[in-house]
Design a protein around this ligand. Sequence first.
Ligand SMILES: C[S@@+](CC[C@H](N)C(=O)[O-])C[C@H]1O[C@@H](n2cnc3c(N)ncnc32)[C@H](O)[C@@H]1O
Length: 274
Amino acid sequence: MSTTSGGHLPTFPRRPLFDTLEKATGRSYHSYVSDPFADALRHRLKSCDIDDVDSYLDRLARDRDEALALERRALVGVTHFFRNPRAFEALGERLLEKMARHDDRDAPLRIWVPACSTGQEAYSLAILLHTILPFDTGLPPLRIVGSDINAEAIEFARRARFDSRQMRGLDDEHRENFFFQSDDHYEPLPLLRNSIWFTIHDLLEPSPFRELDLISCRNLLIYLRPDFQSRVLESFAERLRPGGLLFLGASETTATNCANFTLLDSDHRIYAAT
Ligand SMILES: C[S@@+](CC[C@H](N)C(=O)[O-])C[C@H]1O[C@@H](n2cnc3c(N)ncnc32)[C@H](O)[C@@H]1O
């Protein structure tokens, strides 16, 4: 099996690639669509200057660092603060309505961000909530868990030193109110840091997070095959409190598991658990 001169793969070697990757990393990607892995394979073939897919698979089986490089590329960690700002505004309005009905003032507001990459989505939610709700004046405490399968991304999210490019999406007011500058980087103030806890977690494995008020899972479902999307959505429904919110990415839906969710806002992909 070899590439053409233009670098196109005649056929994507799905099963051998996923089997080899699983042996090297211990993680299974059989539940994913092929596209991001085919893109990553093309990119790694070029970077390694290998034009024969079988030779690359041999290399992958012997070289764990190469397996990690391919995996990193395929997991597509692209993210930024307030990705789709109007959707965050719409979510803020829904959360305000929800908090008005929140009768137990001592129960924390519990949020899970299961594919948070380097943390910007979790920090955006903390900023949104600290902006619209006065948590310091008697409202329930805010508990956000950000998780991701990518250990390097989680390490970055915990360290939270963003350079100016990584601050993309934040306006001046949010930057001034919630971050301080250290050298040429920005770091979140304790108010934000103390609201969020980051952990490594594979969303396709059982999760300990329950009784949630909001799950924000954006731009991950598109990478899973429909039967696995359905499985993930079912587990979200079990983990949300009745009426708890689900916030998806701009091109994602609960279509593979609609019985458990009511659509609240189709433009901004906000759902409530039934
Ligand atoms: C495109 S990024 C989305 C980041 C962020 N949610 C956003 O919308 O900006 C996709 C993320 O999903 C993570 N991911 C992929 N498979 C995962 C899994 N099984 N469990 C947890 N995270 C996963 C990747 O590591 C990557 O950080």
